[in-house]
Write a new protein. Structure first.
Length: 215
């Protein structure tokens, strides 16, 4: 057997993150937490609000539009927020849908205290305050999700769909209104208190790599 030529250089690519485009601007509140290995990529601006948390391997992609994460948002491991390309979605005519992106302005906006769990994908135009996108769920491009909604694990919100406040999407694409949460402000308050405790716990347990994005 011939020995390997020591002069031969490796053909393995460098770290993929080094090849990804960096957003034109990144505005990160000093109180935000961005873990090591979280990715902020794309060509449009990205804004991360006060107290927001990006877990390791969370991905925020602004290739297709600006991305804004509101105060107290949490994006878990392997979740992706943002539009990765600018092409139209096959099979959907947004002019005939309940939401027309051009009327709202291009972008992906997560309201205060939105949670995007592990492996979920959010390309929505807007996700309202206090909503939760559970593990593996997909919220399609241009969708508008109201406040305090729950997109159950592995469920799908089609592109350019509009969901009213307190909607629960479950069993794939079925919907109902969470009347308990809607009619019981004490339960809603308790839910938000739990979210605040989680934010505090993340700050204790996750090393903050925010300097990488603010330096």
């Amino acid at each position: 057997m011939s020995s390997r030529d020591p002069r031969r250089t490796s053909t393995a690519p460098s770290k993929r993150t080094s090849l990804l485009p960096r957003p034109s601007s990144i505005a990160v509140d000093p109180s935000a937490l961005i873990a090591q290995h979280a990715q902020l990529t794309g060509t449009h601006p990205i804004t991360i609000g006060p107290g927001a948390v990006l877990h390791p391997h969370a991905k925020v992609n602004s290739t297709g539009s600006v991305v804004m994460l509101g105060e107290g948002c949490v994006v878990f491991e392997r979740a992706r927020v943002g539009v990765a390309d600018v092409g139209e979605v096959p099979g959907f005519d947004r002019r005939q849908s309940g939401t027309y992106m051009g009327a709202r302005g291009e972008g992906v906006v997560l309201g205060r205290n939105v949670v995007v769990e592990t492996g979920a994908v959010v390309e929505a135009a807007e996700v309202g305050e206090g909503s939760v996108v559970e593990s593996g769920a997909v919220v399609g491009r241009g969708a508008v999700v109201g406040k305090y909604c729950t997109i159950a694990a592995a469920s799908v919100v089609p592109p350019y769909t509009t969901l009213p406040d307190y909607t629960v999407v479950f069993s794939g694409s079925q919907q109902r209104i969470d009347k308990t949460l809607q009619q019981r402000p004490d339960i809603l308050e308790a839910k938000m208190a739990v979210h605040k405790k989680q934010l505090d716990m993340f700050r204790r347990l996750i090393a903050n790599n925010i300097a990488k994005w603010t330096g």
